[in-house]
Design a protein around this ligand. Structure first.
Ligand code: FES
Ligand SMILES: [Fe+2]
Length: 402
């Protein structure tokens, strides 16, 4: 039996060094960041078996709003239903497999342009014009109830739409309980509103380089000159659900730092609980494999990082603010300031990440290991262990040669 790819996802001899204590551990091999076979393995494990965030409910506010989303080689559509709920389907016609929706829009039904099969918003197959001859619109042997769009199990947390492609994961509620337990005691999420403060980036790097680039605060101060290393930095361990970091400061000590800046006599409001206690918290959780929720005393960032191939990642982030600060025009300059602050940081990251991506093949050729800062990169280490566990050695073989 010949295999077009003979390397496993993460070889046993690579697994042992990765699972050592952080200071002695060695990172994922170079090929994990470019090899199509490794990416294909991730598609069927990391991305298909768990819950992944794919977009924002806010992007499809009205009944009939439809958005196509490509993520990790899966083609999906999110559809706002008449009753206000959201359904997610594979973007594939049940006739001959045509891609159904190419652009975001609003419609009363979903019609395939190839032979005009037409689906209701809830996915049911409604019409098959002339399928049985001119003026003959029904095929006798078809069970129409079985030919609806293929639905993807989905759910929502805050504004983020999650999907579980293989349909076998634990309920979303259960999966996200550790996230809610960690965040909601500290941040009153019922107060936050969408600020239409959106950042998008397209990074020519593997999704893990982008995720790893954000999951440590080691590089801040070096890459992001406007940021400083925090003396209060703490690792947040969420097992196989998330990893991240947090900082806690006295309110008086953060006065005047970027997000507390004042424009036209306005300051972004801080969560009331923190004002009362005088202690502010910032927590950033990387909810594997695509979501980041970053909570600050006066704003919450939510983002999805969508893999578009082994060496391309699309990022979409939205910032939410407290109460009227999200929508009141008098806060617009401050909202813009927050967006610009992040946009600048993302461009600074981009410069570095490209150079890391450029070296991954050489790193694989040299069999060169990477190392972790035992202080700043415990979350990064936790993330890599999660990937290794999920992927296992399940690299799919070329079926033609199996
Ligand atoms: S492929 Fe969609 S109607 Fe034929
Ligand atoms: Fe960064």
């Amino acid at each position: 039996m010949q295999h077009s790819q003979s390397k496993p996802g993460v070889k046993n001899e690579e697994r042992e060094p990765l699972f050592r204590p952080t200071g002695r551990a060695e990172g994922l091999p170079g090929r994990a960041y470019y090899d199509p076979a490794f990416y294909e393995a991730e598609r069927h494990t990391v991305f298909a078996k768990g819950w992944m965030g794919i977009g924002f409910a806010k992007d499809i506010p009205d009944s009939g709003d439809i958005q196509p989303i490509t993520v990790a080689g899966w083609e999906l559509i999110t559809v706002r239903q008449k009753d206000g709920s959201i359904k997610v389907f594979h973007n594939i016609c049940r006739h001959r497999g045509m891609r159904l929706v190419k652009e975001k829009g609003n419609a009363r039904s979903i019609r395939c342009i190839f032979h005009c099969w037409t689906y209701a918003l809830d996915g049911k197959l409604m019409a098959t014009p002339v399928i049985n001859g001119v003026n003959e619109h029904k095929a006798e042997d078809f069970d129409y109830s079985e030919l609806g769009l293929k639905e993807v199990r989905s759910g929502q947390y805050l504004d983020i739409i999650f999907v579980n492609i293989d349909g076998q994961a634990v309920p979303l509620e259960e999966h996200l309980r550790p996230v809610r337990d960690r965040l909601e005691g500290t941040f009153d999420m019922s107060l936050i509103r969408d600020g239409e403060t959106i950042n998008t980036m397209s990074y020519p790097v593997n999704w893990k380089i982008a995720y790893e680039g954000g999951i440590e605060d080691y590089h801040v101060g070096f890459v992001h000159k406007k940021m400083r290393h925090s003396p209060a930095y703490q690792f947040e361990d969420g097992g196989t659900t998330y990893a991240g970091f947090s900082n806690s400061f006295k309110l008086e000590d953060i006065k005047g730092v970027i997000f507390e800046s004042t424009t036209d006599g306005k300051t972004l409001p801080i969560f009331p609980k923190m004002v009362e206690s005088g202690v502010t918290d910032a927590i950033t959780l990387f909810i594997f494999p695509t979501v980041i929720i970053g909570c600050k005393p006066n704003s919450v960032n939510m983002s999805v990082s969508l893999p578009q191939g082994p060496e391309k990642t699309e990022y979409v982030g939205r910032t939410y603010f407290i109460g009227e600060a999200a929508t009141d025009p008098s806060f617009q300059k401050l909202r813009d300031g927050v967006r610009e602050f992040w946009a600048e940081a993302f461009h600074e990251d981009d410069v570095v990440w490209r150079e890391v991506q450029a070296m991954v093949k050489i790193r694989e050729d040299l069999n060169l290991e990477t190392r972790f800062s035992p202080h700043w990169e415990r979350a990064l280490h936790a993330f890599q262990k999660y990937v290794a566990k999920e992927v296992g050695d399940d690299v799919r073989r070329d079926p033609a040669s199996a």
